[in-house]
Design a protein around this ligand. Structure first.
Ligand SMILES: Cc1cc2nc3c(=O)[nH]c(=O)nc-3n(C[C@H](O)[C@H](O)[C@H](O)COP(=O)(O)OP(=O)(O)OC[C@H]3O[C@@H](n4cnc5c(N)ncnc54)[C@H](O)[C@@H]3O)c2cc1C
Ligand code: SF4
Ligand code: SF4
Length: 1014
């Protein structure tokens, strides 16, 4: 293996690549750190990273690396669980640019893609053809076809559709020596080695691009000849070398070389080769018709063993999926509010296990007949009346969602011990499944650990992850001991030790014990023939290291985080920084934050496609920084600030990340640390201190607003302050909000709002609505009063609610603007002040109602970290957005609809924090109280404005790009008479700036509807 670690080599390589490539060349320490991990427990720092833009970039990079003797490591989403996507190599990230669907041939049911295309994206593009690519991996939202091919990935429905090897028709690849070859079906005479997708040449984009032109050269043909010869020579050995289970992805698929009646497909040899043989450049896929109908049977078992005995019988009914959910996951799901309803309606009693059995024949009557037969079968198996049948699509989806999220909950364990994946995808013949799971559970018990079982019972491939703390040597030894015992048992059952997630650094070393030394020699022969210099992802599949080599672990000895102080309370987690370390280490790199379509997480990644700008990349940078792996001062360095710059603090990750990584809160820690060593720029200070100077500025509103309109002023302001000249700043309102019973309000105003009796509600008037859009607060007050509530302004008694001459009192503030700038002490002071004022109301059980999601929800979220204690907890429980309050009152029978009338459509955009805190259902419930309103929600993520983000000159364009992901186009498409509603101050401004259309706070929609219905 060539030595590649000398600094001059990487410098030379970096310089050459930077000169020659169109794409990105990332050799800095932070970038290398970000690419040092995948979803396994390993970490190896690469030599450097390139993000190729074109095929030529790939060719040039491969040539440069070869000449410098640097290994190569192709990469897709980096979601591998076995360490195959980490290495001391030049990493080539295909996921950003090389992701086109090149062509589709609906007649032949094939398509040709670039390797970086994500499975879900591909299937979205294919939908109109009625076809799909059916290898439905759980990571479909971010797994690339290149990576899926590299891993020979397998989907939930593999019993019907097979795995990657069954669904890849051909691959155009570049070999280590730079030669190019189309791997596809060949006859014994090596013909035809035609272009990839030659018979699938209908361009997807209408461009007249043939799928690909390259044919193999003479050297490549001899390689193919050698492979076929190996197949012939070793036919007798290969025929008996591998277990006869469908889930065998370990080693090279040399059984594909066996002389067969038909042509041999050489693309199969690249499936599961984990980037060790060649780089895939174009992949031709076999497509399947989209299922027209589906029906689901939920089989209940009183004992886990019974559940494990059943699949061998159930598969005879020809289902497309049989998935296991064990008791732990059932109980976890029942504990989660959002899943409780589906668990209550579809899961009976307290089963020890469930099997989810899906039928997907075109004829729904046939699916239902099979459900009946499943019922009969279960009765024969001693489980009468134990099948809950679901024919409606929504119900089925809800159940599948529980299955997927139950796993996420399991992964969210906050202790230092975590579920570790290393024997998680062994596969055994179905007749042995019950014995295998029982014996493996006993092994766990012997080692003082346990595992939760789930997944693909249909093919005998069950996922199970024992809980271990791999920072400890003893747990690393336990991992090895469990692996050895488990694999030996799997061998006894003639099963497969590598049934889904690939070999990588975890399983490669076990090929010898599982398949025998001769088979491994054949693997080496294949490797050496393709890659004689060992430059392609070395150390995987053949000549691997030990799986328990701790030098390769993410937490390698002496992994240590020195004590440091944080500004927030992180005590829910373990480790340094009061638990900050544990919170950061929660990221297990599963890549969910890379999904391309989502309601929230992670908008910055979806715009840039950069690993730097995704939650995972940020979490990795933080982990490496606090553990000293990025050099001194990395935590508050310029590079760290750059990594955080495009994080819009939408809190999407707080909700959507399976392990609850809360990057918005972590970003504040970084800003606070950086503030200790820098001076905040004028713009950041203007934003942070806005609540403090707003009462004074409001008095100059006409002047400030007018100066914004002066020609050239915007550019001058941009130069002086850094506020973008490309959009107008918000206009100060000449008459800021005052509650009408303010002593200075006119008698008429006071009279109009006086309500006798009624329940008390305290209104938290946030800075933005108070000084820029007070009509929203007016509307909120009117809505509440019309419904009979007695509204008092939070802080009015203390002068905190007044904004009138002679000397403006300082209104209460949530501290959000300070937090955004990392000025945590100032935010804490605001929190303390607000909490003191709120305390008597909290004691009386009065709800604190607010209108601006980012402000009100700060009371629910950051306040608890800023001022941990019972008062903050009580405030969090009693602080509600207007719609949450009204929905709660409606549920309690104190508000009854209809409360107003408004005919027509309303397009609703939820603020990210509303989504992150699950507050959107309440908005729908409240709007449903208005007669005639037809509400449609935009499936949008962050609007992109995100407080001051959209106003900053350097992030203005990214801000608009975020809006363009879905919100702004949806608003433009809305009929002119439709209402647009958005509770977020920033969202309304983004909509106005991006589309020219106005958006209303829901309070105003309600108020207008009430007036109309009065
Ligand atoms: C929570 C979770 C659930 C998962 N569920 C499943 C599942 O249901 N089924 C399943 O099979 N797997 C599953 N996996 C594993 C993993 O997600 C899949 O194997 C996925 O297909 C990998 O895709 P990727 O784009 O992330 O590939 P990567 O991890 O980036 O790469 C995978 C391999 O392919 C190679 N490769 C990438 N691109 C190329 C290229 N252009 N040319 C040559 N080689 C290349 C890489 O070198 C690497 O060896 C799961 C992982 C996680 C974290
Ligand atoms: S941040 Fe969360 S979603 Fe993203 S990779 Fe880490 S654990 Fe997964
Ligand atoms: S807060 Fe939002 S932008 Fe920031 S990392 Fe999380 S999901 Fe991404």
């Amino acid at each position: 293996m060539p030595v590649t670690s000398t600094v001059p080599t990487s410098h030379r390589l970096a310089a050459r690549l930077a000169r020659d490539l169109e794409g990105e060349v990332l050799f800095d320490r932070f970038s290398r750190g970000r690419y040092a991990t995948d979803a396994s427990h390993y970490q190896i720092e690469p030599v450097g990273v390139i993000v190729p833009k074109t095929d030529d970039d790939v060719r040039l990079a491969m040539a440069a690396a070869r000449e410098e003797g640097v290994p190569l490591l192709p990469r897709g989403g980096g979601t591998s669980q076995s360490g195959q996507t980490v290495g001391r190599a030049l990493v080539m990230d295909f996921s950003k640019y090389l992701k086109r669907l090149i062509s589709v041939d609906p007649g032949a049911r094939t398509c040709v893609v670039e390797p970086g295309i994500v499975l879900e994206d591909l299937n979205r593009q294919l939908r109109a053809t009625g076809l799909w690519f059916p290898v439905d991996v759980s990571t479909a939202s971010r797994a690339t076809i290149g990576g899926m091919t590299g891993n020979n990935s397998c989907g939930t429905r593999s019993i019907r559709y097979g795995i990657m090897r069954d669904n890849v028709a051909s691959i155009a690849a570049i070999l280590a020596d730079g030669s190019e070859l189309n791997f596809g079906e060949v006859g014994r005479n090596l013909a035809p080695l035609g272009p990839v997708g030659a018979h699938a040449a209908k361009p997807a984009d209408g461009a007249a691009t043939p799928a690909d032109g390259a044919s193999g050269d003479a050297g490549s043909f001899s390689l193919v000849g050698d492979m076929l010869a190996l197949g012939r020579r070793e036919a007798a050995h290969i025929a008996q070398a591998f277990p006869q289970v469908s889930r065998r992805v370990g080693g090279y698929l040399i059984d594909a070389l066996l002389p067969a009646a038909g042509p041999v497909n050489l693309a199969t040899l690249l499936c599961g080769s984990e980037g060790t043989l060649a780089v895939s450049r174009r992949i031709e896929l076999k497509l399947s018709p989209l299922p027209k109908n589906k029906a689901l049977g939920i089989c209940h078992f009183a004992s886990f063993r019974k559940a494990m005995e059943a699949p061998q019988h159930i598969v005879k009914l020809k289902p497309v999926a049989v998935e296991l959910v064990d008791r732990t996951l059932i109980e976890l799901a029942r504990d989660i509010a959002m899943f409780r309803p589906v668990m209550e309606s579809h899961v009976r009693g307290a089963p020890d296990a469930l099997l989810l059995v899906e039928f997907a024949e075109d004829d729904q009557a046939e699916n239902l007949r099979r459900l009946d037969r499943l019922d009969e079968l279960m009765a024969d198996l001693g489980q009468p009346n134990s099948v809950v049948k679901l024919a409606d699509a929504a119900g089925q989806k809800a159940v599948w969602d529980v299955r997927a999220s139950g796993l996420n909950i399991m992964m969210s364990m906050k202790s230092e011990g975590k579920p570790v994946s290393f024997i998680e995808d062994c596969a055994v013949p179905l007749e042995h499944l019950a014995d295998y799971t029982e014996r493996l559970s006993a092994i766990f018990e012997k080692h003082g650990t346990r595992g939760t079982w789930y997944a693909h019972a249909s093919v005998g491939c069950l996922h199970v992850r024992p809980v271990l703390n791999l920072k400890l040597e003893k747990d690393a030894a336990t991992m090895r001991a469990i692996a050895e015992a488990a694999f030996a048992m799997v061998k006894d059952y003639k099963g497969s030790h590598s049934g889904e997630h690939g070999d990588g650094l975890v399983r490669s070393e076990f090929h010898t014990s599982m398949y025998g030394p001769h088979t491994v020699r054949l693997f080496e022969e294949v490797k050496d023939r393709f890659d004689p210099d060992g430059l392609m992802n070395p150390g995987k599949i053949v000549r691997s290291s030990r799986m328990d080599d701790r030098e390769l672990f993410r937490f390698k000895p002496p992994y240590r985080v020195a004590p440091f102080t944080t500004v927030f309370d992180w005590s829910a987690y373990a480790g340094a920084g009061g638990g900050f370390q544990g919170a950061v280490e929660m990221c297990n790199n599963n890549g969910e934050c890379r999904k391309l379509v989502s309601e929230v997480m992670c908008p910055s990644f979806r715009v840039t496609g950069n690993e730097r700008d995704v939650t995972r990349g940020r979490a990795n940078a933080l982990r490496l920084a606090i553990s000293g792996q990025l050099g001194p001062g990395a935590f508050a360095s310029q590079e760290m600030l750059e990594a955080m710059q495009l994080c819009v603090s939408c809190k999407g990750c707080r909700r959507d990340c399976p392990t609850g990584v809360d990057m918005a809160k972590m970003k504040i820690e970084v800003l606070a640390a950086a503030n200790k060593q820098r001076r905040l720029c004028l713009r950041d200070r203007l934003i942070a201190y806005l609540p403090r100077y707003a009462p004074y500025a409001a008095r100059l509103a006409p002047l400030i607003n007018a100066s914004n309109a002066i020609p050239g002023a915007a550019r001058l302001i941009e130069r002086l302050t850094g506020f973008s000249s490309k959009r107008p700043l918000p206009r100060w309102h000449p008459r800021p909000f005052r509650l009408r019973h303010d002593p200075e309000a006119s008698p008429a105003e006071r009279a109009s709002t006086r309500v006798a009796g009624g329940r008390d509600v305290a209104l938290f008037a946030d800075t933005f609505n108070t000084y820029f859009e007070p009509e929203n607060l007016d509307a909120g007050v009117e809505v509440l009063r019309r419904l009979g509530y007695r509204v008092r302004l939070l802080g009015a008694e203390t002068g905190g609610g007044r904004a009138s001459p002679p000397r403006p009192a300082r209104p209460l503030c949530c501290g959000r603007t300070f937090l955004s700038a990392g000025l945590v002490e100032q935010a804490r002071a605001e929190a303390r002040r607000l909490l003191a004022v709120a305390k008597p109301l909290l004691d009386r059980g009065t709800a604190i109602v607010g209108l601006e999601p980012s402000c009100l929800l700060t009371l629910r979220d950051e306040f608890i970290s800023l001022l941990p204690g019972a008062d903050a907890e009580r405030l969090a429980a009693q602080a509600l957005l207007l719609e949450e309050f009204l929905a709660r009152e409606a549920e309690a029978g104190r508000v009854a609809g209809p409360i107003g009338v408004r005919e027509g459509k309303l397009l609703l955009h939820g603020h990210c924090h509303q989504k992150a805190f699950g507050a959107m259902p309440a908005v729908h419930q409240t709007l449903a109280l208005v007669r005639g309103l037809k509400v449609e929600t935009v499936t949008s993520s962050c609007c992109g404005m995100a407080g001051a983000f959209g106003y900053a000159a350097e992030t203005h364009d990214v801000s608009l790009a975020m809006g363009e992901l879905s919100l702004l186009p949806a608003v433009r498409m809305a009929p002119p008479h439709a209402l647009i509603a958005a509770d977020g101050f920033s969202c309304r401004h983004q909509i106005r700036d991006g589309t020219g259309r106005g958006a209303l706070h829901v309070a105003r929609v309600l108020r207008d509807a009430m007036r109309a219905g009065a």
